[in-house]
Ligand binder design. Structure first.
Ligand code: NIG
Ligand code: FE
Length: 412
């Protein structure tokens, strides 16, 4: 089945198919006179709009859209019970995120809701959120457990993720985040919880083969560096690849640990140190920045994205979608924040949200850019140019989203 995608205002793609780093981060390739030929859901070629192609089965009119690679959101928490809008209201009035957590709110309140919810309801809520994210241009996701904090509920969340993988027309990578918080019942015996994660949860998740990555909330008052190292080493020994919530609220040394352990990605990094940056670069760890979280937690201290670019680090951007610290479905919003608050250019923002997210999930051969041989994972914008994605802030310009050559969202 060969499709010709025609009437495209701009085709916009990262320059290289594998990764945007160094000067490539500053550029996008833009075609203003071309069509895309798709073959069996894959990108076959980009041809001049006047060039004929002999064997096309169908012509699809892009309605003068700007066409970009669909976004890759490489850090989300999609599966949870309940929502936390009342905590949000408290934070607006001056309560701090960690104060709310200490009062029994925060992650542990979502844990209570997630434990109570049945699998079907969790699945339905996740699907609704996923669809809203697709409607904002995302077609590939990483998503985590971490609101169970007991073996049964962590596995329940991961089964929901597996069901999303099996039923939803998007790409999804699964991460085990049993060390997201200390559950209330282990508050005074954290050592025992760490043993539970290492000796029961990780082996059970491994045996069921339902998560590729292991992540941890490495943070003051949650898991310190030594505790994080213990859990992540165990995960690595079992064959998990590693991701880390690192240096989000305090400068603890999570970046250094990510480098030491050869994590695939370290995320947040608001307070990453110079040594942390060096160690991550040496080990090729992706710097995954989540400016939506900083914004939503009402801080003015954003992660040092420009330092990472100056050092030729690999920079990705993600929503961190979750009910507490970043309740947004929108990658365009994240790119706008990255530009306005961290100083990225529009081109750097789009590279970070597409090809570098794909790279961090090991999917750079299949998605994240518009190059022959990749899946036709495309986002269509109703806009005069790709720059309006960022410039027209707070407005969803996404008209349609395609995954493997099929529309998975079309604005009605
Ligand atoms: O990525 N930082 C820790 N975990 C989440 C927050 C989860 C929550 O508040 O429910 C995060 O920001
Ligand atoms: Fe997170």
């Amino acid at each position: 089945m060969r499709i010709r995608l025609t009437n495209i205002r701009e085709i916009v793609t990262p320059v290289c198919p594998d990764l945007a780093v160094g000067d490539n981060m500053n550029h996008l390739t833009v075609y203003t006179d071309s069509d895309i030929i798709l073959s069996d859901g894959m990108i076959e070629s980009i041809v001049h709009r006047n060039q004929s192609h002999p064997d096309v089965d169908q012509v699809v009119d892009a309605e003068n859209s700007v066409v970009l690679p669909a976004f890759v959101d490489s850090h989300t928490h999609l599966v949870f019970g309940g929502t936390r809008e009342d905590e949000f209201n408290l934070r607006i009035q001056g309560k701090k995120y960690m104060e709310i957590a200490a009062m029994g709110g925060g992650i542990n309140s979502t844990v209570r809701a997630t434990r109570m919810e049945d699998e079907e309801t969790l699945f339905e809520q996740a699907v609704r959120n996923l669809r809203d994210m697709v409607a904002h241009g995302t077609a590939t996701f990483e998503t985590k457990s971490g609101y169970g904090l007991d073996t049964e509920t962590e596995l329940k969340q991961l089964r929901v993720i597996k069901r999303l993988q099996d039923t939803q027309p998007v790409g999804i990578k699964a991460t085990f985040l049993g060390a997201h918080e200390i559950p209330t019942e282990f508050r005074n015996r954290k050592e025992d919880y760490i043993k539970l994660v290492c000796n029961e949860m990780l082996p059970a998740v491994k045996e069921q083969g339902i998560a590729e990555y292991c992540d941890i909330f490495c943070e003051t008052g949650v898991f310190n560096i030594d505790e994080s190292r213990t859990i992540l080493r165990k995960a690595k020994d079992l064959g998990f690849k590693l991701r880390i919530h690192a240096d989000e609220l305090t400068p603890l040394g999570g970046g250094e640990l990510a480098g030491e352990l050869g994590a695939v990605s370290a995320d947040h990094l608001v307070h990453v140190s110079g040594t942390g940056i060096d160690k991550m670069i040496q080990a090729g760890v992706v710097f995954n920045m989540l400016p939506g979280t900083t914004f939503f937690l009402m801080s003015d201290h954003f992660a040092p994205a420009l330092d990472i670019l100056a050092a030729n680090g690999i920079l990705a951007l993600s929503t961190d979608f979750n009910p507490g610290s970043s309740y947004t479905h929108s990658m365009p919003m994240i790119i706008t924040l990255a530009c306005l608050k961290m100083g990225l250019t529009i081109e750097q923002g789009i590279n970070a949200a597409t090809i570098n997210g794909a790279y961090s999930l090991g999917l750079q051969d299949v998605t994240g850019s518009i190059h022959p041989g990749k899946q036709a994972d495309l986002t269509f914008l109703d806009a005069p140019s790709y720059k309006f994605l960022v410039y027209n802030f707070g407005v969803n310009r996404v008209r349609a989203v395609m995954k493997k050559g099929k529309f998975i969202f079309q604005k009605s």
